[in-house]
Design a protein around this ligand. Structure first.
Ligand code: FAD
Length: 395
């Protein structure tokens, strides 16, 4: 019997993971990527236990852990440097079987790309149109035309696949704040653990990376499209806003190369009524882009990838398989989108009485309660695998 053939549109974390998951289950895959190379911009990424569980299903958790730093503890501080809440990350590994791992995005992408046959990777292949000609999906791209058994739309927030086949879907929604991201040079004495500081309408966070570096991120409530035009100007803006924040923020900023500051407006996607149409499935940000407040966008994309391949393996009927994928993934991911947006709104509070109330509530919340509230998100296991904790609760 000829191998089933899948075209994956987009070679980001979600697309590559989907390609690996399908290929491991006997599919022939091609990954059409617009960019000339399969790589990611230079910043870090947090992978929570649910993402490690998905990578484990792909046989890649060990390789990713080896390239990352295991985050031992973290939490949120106020503007005076006092802890508002703490997280016990050692407890994560005990409860959910995997730790929280932070690594460079480019390293994660490389592990995924290297798990695929080189001839399945098609850089410089921007997808221009996707349609159904009555016999199945047709994908037009810069390198020609593909007529696969399955199309996976993993082409991100501004997905061309979604635009073509979900014309009624609302566009992305601006969160009300951009994010700055940067990686420090190696530090003589890097902080032993990560943390985020919450101010009035501004936040600054950092996590440990391998090689004595730190991955830092910051937000501020601002209109969309108000970027300053150059990394150096953004760096100056970061110094102005956060240069006098509690330690170690000033030292971290001093260790950031001024030309390496990234700034992106943050968006999420209003809920789609379905992630699947015919033999086309949306996955990752194309299906459920979320704000990064929970650090779950890529984690959910990895879960999508493993689940999609599992559903297709369960039945020879692709339409039924995609319906199962939609039923398993849509409610869960859309709940994470909502939760992430809520956390962002709380984190961005600026009115002093509201900030005081927020900080007091955070200080009074026990560590165990924070962990319990995250359990439905973090306890995910691949379909068919033994459950960890209460994984079927809604996130
Ligand atoms: P993308 O990464 O957007 O990849 C889409 C790919 O498709 C790209 O390579 C693009 O070039 C390609 N493409 C687009 N259009 C076409 C086309 N027409 N034809 C061919 N190719 C095309 N998530 C976490 O889990 N942990 C974190 O710590 C975390 N931090 C974040 C911090 C910030 C500031 C932001 C903005 C996001 C963060 N996320 C995090 C979310 C995470 O980055 C995304 O959810 C994840 O990268 C989505 O992957 P994806 O493959 O679905 O989409």
């Amino acid at each position: 019997m000829p191998k089933r053939y899948a075209t994956v549109v987009g070679g980001g974390i979600g697309g590559l993971a989907a390609a690996v998951a399908l290929q491991r289950r006997g599919w022939r895959v091609e990954v059409l990527e617009r960019a000339e190379r399969f790589t990611e911009i230079g910043a870090g990424i947090s992978l929570w236990p649910n993402a490690l569980a998905a990578l484990d299903a792909l046989g890649l958790a060990g390789a990713v852990r080896d390239l990352g730093a295991v985050e031992t503890a973290g939490g949120v501080r106020d503007l005076r440097g006092r802890w508002l809440s703490r997280t016990d990350n050692a407890e994560l590994a005990r409860r959910f079987g995997h730790p929280l791992v932070v690594l460079h995005r480019a390293d994660l992408l490389r592990v995924l790309a290297e798990a695929l046959p080189a001839d399945s990777l098609r850089p410089g292949s921007e997808v221009l149109a996707v349609r159904d000609d009555g016999h199945g999906p047709v994908v037009e791209h810069r390198g020609g035309e593909s007529r696969p058994d399955l199309v996976v739309g993993a082409d991100g927030l501004h997905s061309a696949v979604r635009g073509a086949l979900w014309p009624e879907a609302a566009g992305p929604r601006y969160a009300g704040y951009p994010a700055w991201r940067m990686v420090t040079e190696p530090l003589d004495e890097p902080p032993a653990e990560g943390a985020a500081t919450w101010g009035n309408g501004e936040r600054f966070g950092y996590t440990v990376l391998p090689g004595r570096r730190m991955y830092c991120f910051a937000t501020a409530s601002l209109p969309p499209a108000s970027a300053l035009g150059s990394p150096a100007a953004e760096y100056a803006e970061l110094l102005r806003r956060f240069g006098d924040w509690p330690d170690p923020v000033p030292a971290l900023l001093a260790a950031v190369p001024a030309d390496a500051v990234l700034r992106h407006d943050l968006y999420d996607l209003p809920p789609l009524r379905t992630f699947v149409r015919g033999r086309v499935a949306l996955l990752g940000d194309a299906a459920h882009a979320m704000t990064p407040n929970l650090g779950q966008g890529a984690c959910q994309a990895l879960e999508d990838a493993v689940t999609l391949a599992h559903c297709l393996d369960e039945t020879g009927d692709p339409a039924a398989a995609l319906r199962s994928y939609d039923a398993l993934r849509r409610p869960r991911t859309q709940a994470v989108v909502r939760r992430s947006a809520r956390l962002g709104a709380v984190g961005q509070l600026a009115w002093p009485p509201a900030v005081l109330l927020r900080d007091t509530a955070a200080r009074l919340t026990p560590v165990r309660a924070t962990l319990r509230s995250m359990t439905p998100v973090l306890s995910w296991t691949p379909p068919g695998a033994p459950a960890t904790e209460t994984e079927n609760e809604s996130p």
